[in-house]
Design a protein around this ligand. Structure first.
Ligand code: NDP
Ligand code: 8X3
Length: 257
């Protein structure tokens, strides 16, 4: 396995859920971390936690990935040692609502498209040239089973994750003549703040999503991310599709009464 000690890892959406769990596992491996999200206070307390627990070297960046100029400023403003990004985890993302398409909220659509597709594209466009220059780097996109399936009410969210799937494949093709690697991690149900955000803060509705089964945790996904990142340089993990044992598809899950 390839050691991750001293590798510079840039994680978007590091203030919660899967991104936060990735930060903790990479810190445990001795990686240097650039942690980005909008909620600065969350990032600062995570940094303190990781510094205390692992002696990690952590840089926090308050960033909305929908803001193209802010993303450029954040990347351009990195000091020499931080610009040497080895791993980019494009994790920032969200779902809003489960209305039928013809009844959907256009602001919700815009937020999902701007974050899940355009935010991922912006960060990729800014960071990959730095990696290409150094002829080393790994881009890890957090997709979803929603990038493979479409379920009732999933319409626009599923479209954004289908886009992440296509963009991961497209980037892999475009980088085939370089040592850079592209991995997509596509989870099923993971209990994070995801459903609370999807249902606009309705925690009862959110809890219902995971009722009667044991969902994945952010740490389960972070283990996949770290495993993919730890492969020898000639090995490229294209995709990992991962679900709880009692989930078979986006719509078929076995629930205890
Ligand atoms: P959480 O809601 O727990 O975390 C989402 C993270 O994304 C937060 O840190 C949030 O930080 C950040 N984020 C959201 N919008 C922006 C933005 N505009 N700019 C910067 N950061 C942003 O959800 P998850 O951890 O579950 O989600 C992480 C990824 O995993 C998403 O891409 C999601 O689609 C994907 N996924 C989740 C699954 C699940 O079941 N939970 C399954 C499959 C995929 P902040 O609000 O501070 O900006
Ligand atoms: C999150 C998983 O099934 O809610 O991407 O779309 S699902």
């Amino acid at each position: 396995m390839e050691g991750l000690k001293g590798k510079v890892v840039f994680i978007t959406g590091a203030s919660a859920g899967i991104g936060r769990a990735c930060a903790a596992l990479f810190a445990r491996e001795g990686s240097d971390l650039i942690l980005a999200a909008r909620r600065r206070e969350r990032l600062v307390s995570l940094r303190e936690e990781l510094e205390g627990e692992y002696g990690a070297n952590v840089l926090t960046v308050e960033l909305d990935v929908r803001d193209r100029e802010a993303c450029a400023k954040a990347v351009d403003g990195l000091g020499e040692e931080w610009r040497a990004i080895d791993i980019l985890v494009n994790n920032a993302g969200l779902s809003r609502g489960m209305e039928k398409l013809h009844e959907g909220d256009m602001d919700d659509w815009e937020e999902m498209i701007d974050t899940n597709i355009k935010g991922l594209l912006t960060m990729t466009r800014l960071v990959v040239p730095l990696m290409a220059q150094r002829r080393r780097g790994h881009i890890i996109n957090i997709g979803s089973i929603a990038g493979h399936e479409v379920y009732p009410g999933g319409n626009v969210y599923c479209a954004t994750k289908h886009a992440v799937h296509a963009l991961s494949k497209g980037l892999r093709i475009d980088l085939v003549d370089t040592p850079l690697r592209v991995t997509e991690i596509s989870p099923g149900m993971v209990e994070t703040e995801f459903s609370v955000v999807r249902f606009h803060g309705n925690t009862d509705k959110a809890a219902h999503v995971y009722k009667g089964l044991t969902p994945l945790t952010g740490e389960d996904i972070a283990r996949c991310v770290v495993w993919a990142a730890s492969q020898p340089p000639h090995v490229q993990i294209n995709e990992i599709v991962v679900m709880p044992v009692s989930q078979a598809t986006a719509t078929i899950a076995h629930r205890r009464n």
